[in-house]
Ligand binder design. Structure first.
Ligand code: GUN
Ligand code: FE
Length: 421
């Protein structure tokens, strides 16, 4: 069904440029945007209009990296750094998803809560367990989400209650990919957890599957300094962590690739990241909670590296992409004053771009209201913001104030033209 939504419409054209259409109509035809108009064109006379007059409308937000199973302990266990945090809290929690009854309970809550947020697209980690992963994918599909979910692979350096043999990891991955062929909107993504938890043999086989099935890949890269030292010991023949993925063609040479965090780039490896068009998934909340560092996003933007924003639940302590936008800006300023003042702070225009088009391009034509883009739209509820001078603000200023002053769930949400909220 074709329809229009009416309100104050704001979206990114490019990294530093936004466009604003106050009191206008955004048209949806066959799940795609048919453009923004000040007055409803004659050819759309009679179509349904959702009237959000006075409300701010922006493209849906893209969460480039989060762990669905970890939502059960979100906001807890913030006392350790990455490797100890994984061993003490994360692995025991993920092991619970072997029990499908537990998994159903936990994933039902996760999907219900995610539905209310601004997130419309995502690339998500599940666990090593096929049944639980398929349940999660089916529930997300039913809700109307679009995005990628990965069955996680781990065949070394993992506790005995959360590890696979190499052969089982490969067999289960193939079975899982087959089992989700019937899903239309939730797609599989190859997901080696990170280099420390995957043997060379497993990486080789996953790379083969990735190529044969033409699937994208997601993993973690250079998040924590102890992790980077460990990778040097585990893979002594490569010069950088980046190369440890590149030697299995998992750095964007064959299919699209998302690498989470990338807090500590290697000076040679960073050239690979740029040349291979890899997406860096930036999670300022996780960077801070696990005291990993602050990824140099200003530098990546200047060097033309692709960046999307992420919550990284539950290293990140919120599901809200609005908060990821705020923290991207504020942590870039801390980094700027501590280390590299030659790199610019991330601006509100840039942060909006990163949370929409920046990550959106990974999913195709996503993250904009230009004609032909998938119709992912959210309507913001500005009721917590003082309305004094509201009429004198630009739409970008209203968005900025919303980001700093309000973290409410969305007032309405559409994904590929389907009304979700
Ligand atoms: N590196 C490997 N696994 C994880 C994880 O679950 N979370 C984060 N933040 N980093 C990881
Ligand atoms: Fe992560």
């Amino acid at each position: 069904m074709d329809f229009a939504i009416k309100g104050d419409i704001l979206y990114s054209k490019s990294l530093n440029k936004v466009v604003e259409y106050d009191n206008s109509y955004l048209i949806c035809v066959n799940g795609k945007s048919d453009g923004v108009y000040k007055r409803l064109p004659a050819k759309y006379k009679g179509i349904k209009v959702y009237d959000y007059t006075g409300y701010l409308i922006i493209p849906g937000l893209v969460d480039m990296h989060l762990h669905a199973p970890q939502y059960m302990f979100i906001g807890l266990h913030m006392d350790l750094k990455l490797l100890d945090w994984l061993n003490k809290y994360t692995f025991p929690a993920e092991a619970k998803y072997k029990d499908i009854r537990f998994a159903k309970k936990a994933y039902d809550i996760f999907v219900k809560d995610l539905t209310l947020t601004a997130t419309t697209r995502f690339a998500m980690f599940a666990t090593i367990h096929n049944d639980a992963t398929l349940y999660l994918m089916n529930e997300l599909e039913k809700t109307g989400f679009k995005g990628y979910v990965g069955k996680v692979n781990m065949d070394r350096n993992s506790p005995k209650y959360l590890v696979e043999t190499t052969n089982k990891s490969i067999k289960d991955t193939l079975k899982w990919i087959e089992s989700c062929e019937n899903l239309k909107n939730i797609k599989p993504i190859i997901t080696p957890r990170f280099i420390p938890s995957c043997t060379d043999k497993l990486m080789k086989e996953l790379s083969k599957i990735m190529k044969e099935k033409n699937l994208p890949v997601q993993s973690h890269l250079s998040e924590n300094r102890s992790e980077i030292e460990w990778v040097k010991e585990l893979v002594p023949r490569v010069k950088s962590y980046e190369e440890a993925y590149d030697m299995f063609d998992m750095l964007g040479t064959v299919t699209n690739s998302i690498m989470a965090h990338y807090v500590w780039p290697d000076e040679n490896g960073i050239k690979l990241m740029k040349n291979r068009n890899v997406w860096v998934a930036h999670s300022p909340s996780s960077n801070r909670n696990l005291s990993s560092g602050i990824a140099p996003i200003g530098r990546y933007l200047r060097e033309g590296i692709k960046v999307g924003l992420a919550t990284d639940v539950a290293g990140g302590s919120y599901l809200s992409m609005f908060r990821a936008i705020e923290d991207t800006i504020t942590t870039s300023k801390i980094r700027n004053c501590l280390y590299d003042s030659e790199y610019y702070n991330v601006t509100i225009e840039q942060a909006l771009y990163l949370a929409t088009l920046g990550g959106g391009e990974f999913f195709g034509k996503v993250g904009s209201f230009e004609k032909g883009y998938e119709f992912d739209a959210i309507v913001l509820n500005e009721r917590d913001i003082p309305t004094v001078l509201m009429s004198e603000l630009t739409l970008l200023e209203r968005f900025e104030r919303y980001i700093y002053r309000s973290h409410t769930n969305v007032y309405a949400k559409f994904i590929a033209g389907k009304k979700i909220v």
